[in-house]
Write a protein that binds this ligand. Structure first.
Ligand code: ADP
Ligand code: MG
Length: 699
């Protein structure tokens, strides 16, 4: 303890932060909240942005309406009460060009944190309020002894946390940077760095914290992002390679019996994308390695037909097929779709859900145990003990992200005679191919990026509150014409209860007003699953005209007679969510409409624009990912796949491609990363991704 307490020469990258000079127990605690546990973590703590003279505006030049960043000294400050009881903290800041007032409504406590003489870095819009006033979206207190102008140097701005200001983080980094940098060695192969035009690690870390230009800082960030992308690709490709190596799959033979008959009986031509996907799947299934393929395509792109081909290939080889859906309703729907498609071949799938009677389930279980080649469609109930497949050859998992890894595994491990079934995952959340290769790098991916022809476009519009009566009148006329409609309310303030209140109130108003005499029902998240299913079934069967719902409408539910989707508070939705909602209409022959109803500001209107302009799910998904980041997407894939800290696979798309190619080559030359020159790489990979490294332990 005593030796380490002073920091000094014995410091290593593993030294816990509390032993660094300038860090006491309280700061250490705050640093841990930023995931900074060791000196290394501090060194790798990436600034979230940079400011330099080129991004900072002269105060005198600010115009009302600008959105700007300035650096200035506080010359006066104070808390002003307003008539409405709101207290505003105000400061006047000055730079060599002039003065501006800055206002923080409702944040009187800032009076304790900001002192006269402090340098502030501020960004936000300039408004008119008794003259020009800056409304800071973000600010950094640089302290009293910062450079007067910030000019001529680049400022790394770190994300602060409670009890740890930006200023302290920067001071700590400054204090220890020179001592820590010599401890860092490059571990990525120089050839890879050269190929990606990236600086080596020590130089990158220096430039990350103490850049001489913003460009240099960005190159430094790219070095760290590249490393993350490379590591993820290494792990994914390794997992993929191991899966391919394991030759424990079933070798199906393309007998072209059922599949050919099916194709001949289809009332339409397959799209090119469908033909491609079927070919990829058939090739996979006919190889000795197990298939691990993701089929992704927008709503209505025709995934089910593709899945049927795979199922028939298994059947004609004498194997059983399991189709697993996340809810009973979706399972029933799949069963009906499969029924309809397979009727010409005289094949009838078995439906296995919790809702079936014990007798029905027992009967189904007997058939599965007999090894008879059948298609079993169901929910989680498929994995329960009673439904033992004697000869499972193919597992198809729909809306795969809605199942945990464990659920999927449980089904997939259920082969007969030690055989492992092939796996086809399906997803209706389209993401760009390059991104799919990053997120799903351990799978093969087939993409349906083409719509079956003849689908009518869905008329989509954004309408203001003042148009409410007209919109509801339109819904009423559609209902009179025999159609059905959805009216959707978002979760407001993260609470199902308030959404329910809004939906309930609207429901009552509609039932007495605009839609009086119509058959309405309310669907919300507080209902029990079977109550929800009952309402959905009535809607599906045409026993309801209008469904007023919080966002619990089943993704993927198919009611061809529904032609109108009205979405309230569209500003509360992400673009992909809206796209999924819109996908509930336009499934039949009638013209369909999606109306976003509500007053939104120009910013929200701009955000919603991609949704209004296109029905292409890939374009919408990309825009959505750009707007909201990728958290959700990677959250779904906890199966040993680490989250990115620095890289953004969408923004860093090109870098990710380079990293993927690099990872492939690295693994070709040294599949287990055993070569001495890769020791550092291996060690870092282990430290960063611990458990996932088992992939490299399997010989
Ligand atoms: P997804 O599951 O991808 O949302 P589906 O497989 O349910 O899409 O297909 C949507 C609709 O399009 C179904 O009615 C289906 O019969 C029809 N369909 C599928 N492929 C084609 C095609 N190539 N040409 C015309 N219609 C098609
Ligand atoms: Mg579907």
């Amino acid at each position: 303890m005593t030796a380490a307490a002073g920091g000094g020469p014995r410091r290593t990258l593993e030294t816990p932060v509390e032993f660094l000079t300038g860090v006491g127990p309280r700061r250490a605690e705050a640093l841990r909240r930023l995931n900074i546990f060791t000196a290394r973590d501090l060194l790798f703590h990436v600034p979230h942005r940079y400011e330099d003279a080129s991004t900072v505006s002269a105060i005198a030049r600010l115009r009302v309406g600008d959105d700007a960043t300035v650096i200035g000294t506080v010359v006066s400050k104070g808390v002003l009460p307003t008539r409405k009881g709101l207290r505003i903290f105000q400061a006047v800041v000055q730079d060599p060009s002039g003065l501006i007032e800055v206002g923080w409504p409702g944040q009187p406590w800032l009076d304790r944190q900001i002192q006269k003489g402090d340098q502030l870095l501020l960004s936000g819009p300039v408004r008119f309020y008794h003259g020009r006033q800056l409304a800071p979206r973000e600010f950094v207190n640089l302290g009293p002894d910062a450079d007067p102008t910030g000019a001529g140097r680049v400022l790394a701005v770190y994300r602060a946390t409670e009890g740890l200001s930006f200023k302290v983080i920067r001071q700590l980094v400054e204090k220890h940077l020179d001592a820590l940098l010599p401890l860092v060695q490059e571990y990525l192969p120089p050839a890879l760095l050269a190929e990606a035009s990236l600086p080596p690690l020590p130089e990158a870390l220096r430039a990350l914290h103490r850049p001489t230009s913003v460009a240099e800082a960005h190159a430094a960030r790219a070095r760290l992002a590249y490393e993350e992308l490379l590591f993820v690709h290494l792990l994914q490709r390794r997992a993929h390679a191991l899966a391919k190596q394991a030759r424990d799959g079933i070798v199906f033979r393309n007998r072209k019996e059922l599949t050919t008959a099916f194709r001949a009986a289809l009332p339409f031509e397959l799209t090119k994308a469908q033909v491609r996907a079927v070919r990829e799947i058939v090739a996979d299934m006919c190889r000795p390695e197990r298939m691990h393929r993701l089929l992704q395509g927008d709503v209505g792109s025709g995934k089910t037909v593709v899945a049927v081909f795979a199922a028939l290939l298994a059947l004609e080889n004498g194997y059983q097929v399991a189709v697993m859906a996340p809810t009973e309703l979706l399972a029933e729907q799949h069963a009906r779709t499969f029924d309809a498609l397979l009727a010409p071949l005289g094949i009838i799938p078995v439906l296995i859900t919790g809702g079936r009677s014990p007798k029905e389930r027992k009967l189904a279980a007997t058939r599965l145990q007999s090894g008879e080649p059948v298609i079993a469609i169901g929910t989680h109930a498929l994995q329960e003990e009673r439904t033992q497949f004697a000869k499972l050859g193919l597992a198809i998992i729909d809306e795969q992200h809605r199942f945990g890894v464990e659920h999927r595994r449980a089904l997939v491990e259920r082969g007969g005679k030690g055989e492992k079934p092939d796996v086809l995952l399906m997803s209706a959340t389209p993401i760009p191919r390059s991104l799919a290769l990053t997120v799903y790098g351990d799978l093969d991916v087939s993409i349906l990026d083409e719509r079956p022809p003849g689908r009518q476009p869905i008329t989509t519009a954004l309408r203001p509150e003042s148009a409410r009566e007209r919109v509801l009148g339109f819904v009423e006329r559609q209902v009179t014409a025999g159609r059905q409609a959805y009216l959707v309310y978002p979760l407001i303030e993260e609470s199902e209860r308030s959404a329910l209140r809004a939906a309930t109130k609207a429901f009552a108003e509609l039932a007495e007003g605009a839609l009086a005499g119509r058959r309405l029902a309310l669907l919300h998240g507080r209902m029990k699953p079977d109550e929800k299913d009952a309402v959905m079934r009535r809607f599906r069967d045409g026993d309801l005209d209008v469904l007023v719902a919080t966002t619990v409408i089943e993704v993927g539910i198919d009611v061809p007679n529904a032609t109108v989707m009205v979405v309230e508070h569209p500003e509360r939705f992400g673009l992909s969510q809206l796209h999924q909602l819109r996908g509930r209409v336009g499934r039949g022959a009638e013209e369909s409409y999606c109306i976003l109803l509500g007053d939104v500001g120009p910013e929200v209107a701009a955000r919603l624009a991609p949704f209004l302009e296109t029905e292409d799910g890939f374009v919408i998904a990309r825009a959505d990912l750009e707007q909201r980041g990728m958290g959700d997407l990677f959250g779904e894939r906890q199966s040993g796949v680490p989250m990115f800290k620095v890289a953004d696979p969408l923004r860093d798309e090109a870098l990710s491609e380079v990293a993927r190619a690099g990872a492939e080559r690295l693994l070709q030359s040294d599949p287990e990363l055993r070569r001495p020159e890769h020791a550092g790489l291996r060690e870092t990979l282990r430290r960063s991704y611990g458990r996932a490294m088992e992939l490299f332990r399997v010989g």
